[in-house]
Write a protein that binds this ligand. Structure first.
Ligand code: ME8
Length: 656
């Protein structure tokens, strides 16, 4: 009988900085699900990759003086080596710069155009480069910045193609509210209220002001909007509209797309609309998780507050990291990253809980029976409850796995770890070991523990794939013993099983010492990462490209008299929201200047301060009030800022 297909995807990540623990979360979660489904007998396709086009990448490459492709090649290698290090078992890796993907996206764009869903118009609005997102004025935050990352947006006005979203609004609303597409479904309300109810706006799907994207075949100068390009990866990687692969029929629709909440809108609204327009079936589930946060903010390469997974992996092993991030994050909620929580979790669950269970059991089998259990046994009533808890575990795990609740899966498994440690306390095998007559009972107790460890380690193996084979080695389980089919059975290990004492699976960590060392390393890495960020990413510089006015000569400049002046008095100009009237001591008898800064400064902010005055400007009247000159100020993303002058510089000094 052929195996049932199961298709799972991570987002394709932007290779615009090194991967961090945040990226690891989605990838490790998908990897664990993929491994679990393989163990259940599915024919799994696990896809991940990188989203390599867009203005952000073009700008980063330009900063480093390399081509965009050269730039991404280096980072893609880092992503791939991290996935290797974290033991990620992806089946396919897509790069949106791959030829087959480019070809498919061009065909998809043309098909949408031919069907009348894409039309040409003009875009005029705001664009957030770090998020590669278009926004209308009403969507911007209270500071006029991107509503998602809160960084400055640029103004974009250009000829562009648009994708009609409204024909799909009703179907999308039903998809979100009446089906199991969204996991967790509680997210549906915010999507419907924020995006569908106000009327789905057509989406701008091409750009002309930069080059690093997939060219629109039928209109030179346009490149496909990076999100249309990126979302298509889920089908192009299976061979949709290309001959590189032939898996589309088999794997589409995907069983699970997993993404974090920041890109939920693209996957819950735009992606279904694209698929509806292409008349393709919709994916079965969109699993949305929260962010790993650091000091209350999303961990993100553009905020520079990232934790390097290589640093943690080297110290504790990749399985401990995999376990920690999955165990801490409840589906839908954020999870705050802290070294203390991580180390305590590793100590309590892995070293003291599971690791100790394995080492104690194996050590006792070794000590009392020379490693091989005798066949003679003595069962007791107390065993029955323990055995039933162990054999019931698999169905609990299955239930939560179907809901993509990995934290709950791990909680259930560790309840059984605790139960097994309690069984040791209840049966006191060290006492049984002292008395020859109790040996049959001791053999039963140790066998039951080994069986519990077999079941637990089998169900844990998708989450901690490096360590569990070592456990099987220690408890004398063969590959055939540690299967999904055997994970709800008891009595699978041979009666006379032989154990092998081995290395400590999860060494206990000295919390205080470790936290100091780790905080120092992570702090250093974060400072380095921060210093590498461009000014724009730190939110320091206006994101708009700077266009200089036509050149002037030094003689032209000499015509402008800039002098230091002091604000003596200041008041708002009547019937104006914008104008302030300032009385200045200019070292020449004083003057009055009107300035459009009332939205940014109160009179009290200015009185007594020294400023730069353009002193030889022709007088004008503003709202009927005479202005004799102008004070210098800078336009910044946070509004207008007056250039104040150090108090030690005398009034009247000439600035040149
Ligand atoms: O958005 N906590 O790529 P991206 C948890 N290229 N998950 C995090 C995280 C954090 N702090 N930071 C990142 C893009 N992630 C697009 C996707 S898909 C068609 C295109 C994870 O590199 C999370 O899965 O910004 C999030 O959805 C993804 O990285 C975004 O990565």
């Amino acid at each position: 009988m052929s195996k049932k297909p199961f298709y799972i995807t991570t987002p394709i990540y932007y290779p615009s900085g090194n991967p961090h623990i945040g990226h690891c979360y989605t990838t490790v979660a998908c990897d664990s699900i993929a491994r679990y489904r393989r163990m259940q007998g599915y024919d799994v396709m696990f896809l991940t990759g990188t989203d390599e086009h867009g203005l952000k990448i073009e700008q980063k490459a330009a900063e480093q003086g390399v081509t965009p492709k050269e730039y991404v090649d280096v980072i893609v290698d880092k992503f791939k080596s991290l996935w290797k290090y974290m033991n990620i078992s992806y089946d396919r890796y897509i790069r949106t710069t791959d030829d087959y993907h480019v070809e498919s996206v061009q065909k998809i764009f043309k098909t949408l155009y031919d069907k009348g869903y894409i039309y040409k118009g003009e875009y005029s609005g705001k664009y957030c480069t770090p998020c590669e997102s278009f926004w209308t004025d009403s969507q911007l935050d209270e500071n006029g910045c991107c509503p998602e990352c809160h960084r400055p947006v640029t103004f974009a006005k250009e000829e562009a193609y648009f994708f009609k979203m409204s024909p799909f609004a009703e179907r999308i609303e039903k998809l979100l509210t009446e089906t199991d597409y969204l996991q967790p479904k509680t997210r549906a309300t915010e999507l419907v209220n924020n995006f569908i109810k106000p009327g789905l706006e057509d989406l701008c799907v091409s750009r002309t002001t930069f080059k690093w994207g997939i060219p629109v075949t039928f209109d030179e100068g346009h490149v496909v909007y990076v999100w249309i390009d990126a979302l298509s990866n889920y089908i192009t990687a299976m061979g949709y509209e290309n001959s590189a692969y032939n898996d589309f029929e088999k794997y589409w629709p995907a069983d699970v797309h997993m993404v974090a909440k920041d890109i939920m809108r693209f996957h819950a609204i735009i992606w279904p609309a694209m698929l509806m327009a292409l008349e393709l079936p919709l994916p079965k589930h969109l699993a949305i998780h929260g962010w790993i946060t650091m000091n209350g903010e999303k961990m993100s390469k553009s905020l520079g507050n990232v934790v390097d997974p290589f640093v943690l992996g080297e110290r504790y092993g990749c399985d401990a990291i995999r376990y920690h991030i999955l165990r801490e994050m409840a589906l839908g909620a954020d999870s705050s990253f802290s070294n203390e929580i991580m180390i305590n979790r590793i100590n309590s669950d892995l070293a003291n809980g599971f690791g100790n269970l394995v080492s104690r059991t194996v050590a006792m089998a070794d000590k009392y029976f020379g490693g091989t259990l005798p066949e003679e046994r003595l069962e007791a009533d107390i065993d029955k409850d323990f055995i039933s808890v162990v054999t019931a575990l698999r169905s609990e795990v299955d239930k939560y796995m179907d809901e993509t609740k990995l934290k709950s899966v791990l909680e259930e498994i560790f309840k059984v770890v605790d139960r097994a440690n309690k069984y040791i306390d209840e049966t006191e095998p060290w006492k049984l070991g002292k008395n020859e007559a109790d040996k049959p009972r001791l053999a039963s107790v140790l066998y039951n523990l080994l069986e519990a460890i077999r079941v637990i380690s089998t169900l844990l193996s998708p989450f901690m794939p490096t360590t569990m084979p070592k456990v099987w080695e220690q408890i004398g389980a063969s590959a055939e013993d540690a299967t999904y089919d055997n994970a709800d059975k008891f009595g699978v290990l041979p009666k006379n099983v032989t154990v092998h004492k081995g290395e400590i699976l999860f060494p206990r960590i000295d919390v205080d010492k470790e936290i100091d060392e780790l905080n120092a390393i992570l702090q250093k890495n974060m400072e380095e990462a921060q210093s590498k960020l461009s000014a724009e990413e730190k939110g320091e510089a206006p994101a708009e490209p700077i266009e200089l006015a036509p050149e002037i000569t030094i003689d032209d400049f000499a015509k402008v008299e800039i002098r230091v002046a002091k604000v003596i008095a200041c008041e708002k100009v009547k019937k104006s929201d914008k104008l302030l009237c300032l009385q200045l001591d200019d070292g020449m008898g004083g003057r009055q200047v009107v300035s459009g800064i009332a939205q940014y400064y109160t009179p009290e902010d200015l009185i007594g301060k020294k400023i730069q005055l353009i002193a030889n400007l022709k007088p004008v009247k503003l709202r009927g009030v005479e202005s004799n000159g102008m004070i210098c100020a800078a336009d910044t993303p946070d509004g207008v800022k007056v250039i104040f002058v150090d108090d030690s510089i005398p009034v009247g000094s000439k600035i040149r």
